[in-house]
Design a protein around this ligand. Structure first.
Ligand SMILES: NC(=O)c1ccc[n+]([C@@H]2O[C@H](COP(=O)([O-])OP(=O)(O)OC[C@H]3O[C@@H](n4cnc5c(N)ncnc54)[C@H](OP(=O)(O)O)[C@@H]3O)[C@@H](O)[C@H]2O)c1
Length: 338
């Protein structure tokens, strides 16, 4: 490892060692408007050069399309990358507003085989339950995931958007390497219960949407005006109408800190998430999503930005003032079940 590469950290006790920042690959195929395969491929290669090793996808991202897109990159760099994918969620092609969640053993077995085939690899490094189906006991779901580990199809287990109680019950069945949940200057609900439970259990946190889905970079304000029709962010209450206007005003303290360090808003947002590791005493590996090589350089650069106690204090009130929920239906998130 050369000096220009980011430091590494372990995901959970016995989990994989990864660069302190990962890469969210969802937008390369799905959810955030027009995609550009060539720029996305260059982004993946640049990320790897900079020491990013954790690459995040899911079977739900474009109904398998994202896993298929990433396959050549993963195969070309199999020993250097940690492949994280997920099961549980599907979006019916005839109704893109609908979400089907399944955690039952036959579904998991079918999902893992399909992901392995699309990814074109023999084993998944980190396999997450993407969303919780409350009709299936979590012990049964994690029990099946543990069987996949024993069978050599999966190396490590993760859970996304689980409550602290669900995490505890899961960890009693099999070691969990990471919890992936939304965590950013705008979304801090997991700090109440999930983060303390993860610290207590030795589980790492992988914050998704650490840039508030791009809103924290100042890249858009009114989703309906600023984003294309197929962009899922148009359905998120906090990016709509008066909510979006009020929330955009909350970026001011981030701008002030960015100016003082001569860095971008994105870098301040990422430095803040990264510093949660020291604040809460656990491993934290954010996975900002980008499809642009220049932005991956910028985002990785945030690993070297250290915010002072005074600066952290100036950013502290932001999340409490955000107007609008992070999903149209909060039962989709752990906070909706706590
Ligand atoms: N477990 C879950 O339920 C869940 C849910 C959502 C997401 N995720 C995962 O988390 C990853 C990251 O989350 P996310 O993509 O939703 O949100 P995010 O990382 O908070 O933000 C991504 C958005 O910010 C833009 N962006 C990235 N870097 C930037 C920079 N330096 N300057 C300006 N704009 C920048 C991206 O645009 P460009 O791409 O055009 O650069 C994209 O629109 C996803 O890719 C996915 O793998 C998981």
């Amino acid at each position: 490892m050369t000096d220009s590469r980011i430091p590494t950290v372990r995901l959970g006790e016995g989990g994989p060692e990864v660069g302190v920042q990962g890469l969210g690959c969802m937008g390369m195929s799905f959810a955030y408007g027009p995609t550009d395969a060539e720029a996305s491929r260059a982004t993946l290669e640049r990320a790897l050069e900079l020491g990013v090793t954790l690459y995040d996808t899911a079977d739900a991202y474009g109904a398998g399309e994202n896993e298929r897109f990433l396959s050549p990159f993963f195969r070309a760099h199999r020993d250097e990358v940690v492949i994280a994918t997920k099961f549980a969620l599907s979006i019916p092609p005839d109704d893109p507003t609908k979400r089907i969640i399944r955690n039952d053993p036959p579904y998991i077995r079918q999902a893992v085989e399909a992901s392995l085939e699309r990814l074109g690899v023999d084993v998944i490094d980190l396999y997450y339950m993407h969303r919780r189906d409350v009709h299936v006991p979590i012990e049964e779901t994690v029990g099946t995931m543990a069987e996949l580990v024993r069978e050599g199809k999966v190396k490590h287990l993760g859970l996304s958007e689980v409550t602290a109680d669900e995490l505890r019950a899961a960890q009693a069945v099999h070691p969990i390497a990471a919890v992936q949940s939304e965590w950013s200057l705008f979304s801090r609900d997991i700090e109440a219960k999930v983060v303390p439970a993860a610290r207590e259990l030795g589980v790492a946190l992988v914050p998704y949407s650490p840039l508030g889905r791009g809103f924290l970079t100042g890249g858009f304000v009114q989703a309906e005006q600023d984003l294309t029709e197929d962009d899922v962010r148009r359905t998120h209450p906090r990016f709509q109408g008066e909510n979006a206007t009020a929330n955009a005003a909350l970026l001011e303290p981030i701008r002030t800190v960015a100016k003082a360090h001569d860095v971008s808003l994105a870098q301040v947002a990422l430095a803040w998430v990264q510093q949660r590791a020291a604040v809460h005493g656990l491993a934290v590996v954010p996975i900002p999503g980008t499809r642009k090589p220049g932005r991956v350089e910028e985002n990785v650069g945030a690993a070297g930005v250290v915010l002072s106690g005074e600066e952290l204090a100036s950013l502290e009130p932001i999340a409490g003032q955000v107007v609008g929920t992070r999903y149209p239906d909060m039962s989709f998130a752990s906070a909706g079940r706590e």
